[in-house]
Design a binder for this molecule. Structure first.
Ligand code: HPA
Length: 247
């Protein structure tokens, strides 16, 4: 259902890397260094979509060490117009649950010390407007795809991006909630703002895999595996509907 002339890429993380594990990849070099892994192709019917695993093939690159600049630049060099950032999150607010998926419409960035901009003193600075961090058109297309796939999606919400790799304390989650956050994850930034700087559309397809710290009686890791599988199946169904040319 998405337009044929636009080129799409999925950047994915925990629990999602295996989506493209078997396909051949291409190595891409950028002025910012090498992306996390070769860039692979995913086929949805006869539609080809690029795929990049942000934690690397061996899953060794933690959120604060990912070369976000190289990842996003490599996709730009391959002619990508639209990036769907898939990521896992903990849920802070009450009306969403592990195993569900969300399309946040805002973010707050709590990360630090990440190479977060293409503007590094060698090129003329542009202060990109980031009022709306996600592409409205891409979010709309994902919501329409979810409706076709009959998958319920939490439409909107604030994604708080923390530094990781440790999870938060309960007090930190309380603070995030006071700040208006609904979800917490570690990898949305600076991926989203780099996409904006490099002129690409970006949306976050977030898999809710746990209740955030202090929000459940259970240990966080106890619920992650089953929730990741359930949420991933929903996200893949949405993507299949999005890229199904016949839909
Ligand atoms: N906090 C931060 N990042 C995450 C979480 C969380 O609870 N769950 C998945 N990614």
């Amino acid at each position: 259902m998405v337009k044929e002339e636009k080129k799409y890429a999925i950047v994915a993380g925990s629990g999602l890397q295996e989506m493209a594990a078997d396909s051949a990849g291409q190595e891409v070099n950028t002025v910012f260094g090498d992306p996390s892994s070769p860039i692979r192709e995913l086929l949805f019917g006869d539609r080809s979509v690029l795929f990049l695993g942000r934690h690397g093939d061996d899953f060794l690159i933690p959120p604060h060490k990912i070369n976000y600049r190289a990842n996003v630049k490599a996709l730009q060099q391959l002619g990508v117009d639209c990036i769907i950032g898939m990521n896992t999150v903990g849920v802070i607010t009450a009306d969403a649950h592990p195993g569900e998926i969300a399309l946040p419409d805002q973010l707050t960035d709590y990360t630090h010390d990440r190479e977060h901009s293409i503007y590094d003193g060698t090129n003329a600075i542009v202060n990109v407007e980031f009022t709306e961090p996600f592409s409205g058109a891409l979010r709309k297309a994902l919501l329409a795809a979810a409706a076709i796939a009959k998958v319920a999606v939490h439409n909107g919400g604030v994604y708080a991006v923390t530094q990781g790799p440790r999870l938060e304390t309960a007090a930190e989650v309380d603070r995030l909630e006071r700040d208006g956050a609904d979800f917490v994850g570690m990898t949305l930034m600076p991926e989203a703002s780099l996409a904006m700087e490099l002129g690409m559309e970006y949306a976050s397809l977030s898999l809710i895999v746990n209740y955030a710290a202090g929000r459940s009686e259970n240990a966080i890791h106890a619920e992650v595996d089953a929730s990741t599988l359930a949420a991933r199946a929903k996200a893949v169904a949405v993507l299949a509907a999005l890229f199904d040319a016949d839909a």
